[in-house]
Design a binder for this molecule. Sequence first.
Ligand SMILES: [Zn+2]
Length: 289
Amino acid sequence: MPFSVESANIIGSNDGRHWIDSHCHFDFDNFDSDRESHWGLLQKFGCTGLIIPGVRAETWDHLIALCEGKPWGYGLGLHPYFLDQHQEGDLQRLENTCREQMPKIKNMSKQASNLIAIGEFGLDLMLAESGHKQQAELCRQQFLIAEKLNLPVILHIRKAYDEVAAMIRRLGFSQGGIVHAFSGSYQQGMALVSLGFKLGIGGAMSHPRAKKLRGTIARLPLASLVLETDAPDMKPAFWQGPDNSPLSLLILAQIVASLHSCHLDEVLLLSNNNVLTAMPNVKRIISRH
Ligand SMILES: [Zn+2]
């Protein structure tokens, strides 16, 4: 296990605390050796649900199966990191797979579907310039599918907040969603909020050099923020061990609480509510448990 119960104890007791990690990759093989016991520990500390975005078509079936019977909502998407692995026909497969899952979303039985969103996808202008055009087209197509299916989206955006906001306006995309690992300016954040999005806040703000981001988070209304870890990636500055865990969310919540001069529980409560607003199917998935 990448952390110990002792290290988790610094967070204090879990007095009726409930929280959701709005973005983690709990399907990645980093968790294969101890996923069940890891999940048990998360629950012990009040975790009631996870949102796990899909990043490549090849991994969708595994992700769908993994979430079955668990309060884990998943997204299906084509992430810009894997541009050269996406195949012709993946977009069609995305639409078809979601259409298959959708009638099962309202099902309350064991066969229920945990599909909650399209994503993660987006625009990453820090990646090689040669792929930017192709990235933008892939991003646009996934917005169109999400709009057609009335599903919210999970967005990965780096150095492209204005470009994606412009794309959302141009397409008239109206389903909203979550902008994961938000690191833009206050103005860019509020522009996305006005387009129906919540902003994912995680480990990036914990690094000593992230002064500007902490200043931005302190100004953004709590009603616009959702907490996330991106585990096993985006290890916060305080995290020991090889991989990040959704458990780091409690410490991240404490950082947001100090930036907003409020109590940790207020941050957790608002983050939960904001997740349910952005991804309404999460409520159904959690209430099954
Ligand atoms: Zn991610």
